[in-house]
Design a protein around this ligand. Structure first.
Ligand code: SF4
Length: 346
């Protein structure tokens, strides 16, 4: 039995270290996920589910208020099983279950952290996916890399392989910023390039896919141009990595990047910087300029277009008049047609 008090303490200390001022959501119905929604991608219909669990144990990344939608205390596995049942009984999910090609599993933290997301629940989720999503091709798990145990994943991949359609396992990790100083010194991500590359090398043998989250302009003090350049640098880096150039081996790995424009999240230093005028979120035009750099690279690209209602008023990267750009970027996500990006970037 884990020391639950120490995990609660760890979360508090993380928040303290990241200067977070938000409260956790202890009122949420524990038998329902935080959110779920559909996306369209080149892979087809995607179902994204964020389960309600105990918060991320790290909790200190500068602009992140995702833990505020979670509990600071343990959410028992029986409740998470009920959340899974809720997903599979949802009328919209049932209506589209034959078409769902990808399932993204999140808990606003690390699904592979057994202290916050029960292993029983994860196995049950894979089982239900096999039973209800006959055309699933990718099962994607969001996690920090320190919780990845490849033996556990090998087992999960085997179970997924017993579904009606071959289903690949994808690990979705936050890399956030290419610049080491921004990522670790300012943002407090706690992820060195060496650790990340060791993680990549360890997953290659199993042919797991990787999804790497990037944040555009994630911290105060960065100019718009620096935000664009950091995404360019990350695209160059991931292109090299997917082709086999690392310091820790020679992986050939399927990498997708997910570029999230940063928003001023409630209860974080970004909120403070936004309110005192020292931070503005990137524009959708700059997001298009940044991601255009991935044209002809061996990477799939998805642009995150939701602030999940976690931005403070006026603090989103979506501004009045952005409706057409939003539609265009959604179309890019669905088609990977770089001509669309070029128009948005003009
Ligand atoms: S970005 Fe991820 S790892 Fe960092 S505090 Fe937020 S949920 Fe935790």
């Amino acid at each position: 039995m884990r020391d639950q008090a120490s995990i609660v303490r760890q979360i508090s200390l993380g928040c303290l270290s990241g200067n977070k001022t938000f409260e956790f959501d202890e009122q949420h119905d524990r038998t329902k996920p935080i959110r779920m929604w559909f996306q369209e991608s080149t892979e087809g219909l995607v179902l994204f589910v964020v389960f309600y669990t105990q918060a991320c144990r790290w909790s200190r990344c500068l602009g992140c208020c995702l833990p505020s939608a979670c509990s600071q205390f343990p959410v028992m596995y029986r409740d998470i099983l009920k959340q899974i049942d809720f997903v599979f009984n949802d009328p919209e999910v049932r209506g589209r279950q034959q078409n769902i090609r990808k399932l993204i599993v999140s808990n606003n933290g690390s699904v592979l952290d057994q202290a916050t997301f029960s292993s029983t629940a994860l196995i049950y989720l894979v089982l239900q996916s096999n039973l209800h999503f006959p055309n699933l091709s990718v099962f994607s798990i969001e996690t920090r890399v320190e919780y990845v145990e490849v033996e556990e994943l090998e087992f999960l991949a085997r179970v997924l392989g017993e579904g009606d359609t071959p289903t690949e396992l994808e690990l979705a990790v936050g890399f956030e910023a290419f610049d080491d100083h921004i990522r670790n010194g300012v943002m407090k991500k706690g992820l060195s390039t060496q650790v990340f590359e060791r993680f990549v090398a360890s997953t290659v043998k199993y042919r797991f896919r990787l999804k790497c989250y990037l944040m555009q302009k994630p911290v105060p003090g960065m100019t718009d141009e620096e935000g664009v350049k950091d995404v360019h640098d990350a695209i160059d880096y991931f292109s090299r990595l997917s082709g086999g150039e690392t310091t820790a081996g020679k992986p050939h790995v399927h990498i997708g990047i997910h570029v999230n424009p940063t928003y001023a999240a409630k209860g974080t230093l970004l909120e403070k910087a936004f309110l005192d005028g020292t931070y503005t979120p990137p524009t959708l035009r700059d997001v298009a300029r940044a991601t255009l750099h991935a044209k002809d690279r061996p990477l799939s690209v998805f642009i995150g277009l939701s602030d999940e209602d976690l931005a403070i008023p006026g603090g989103s990267f979506i501004r009045p008049g952005d409706e057409k750009k939003l539609k265009d970027l959604e179309m890019f996500n669905k088609t990977q047609d770089y001509d669309i990006l070029r128009v948005v970037a003009e």
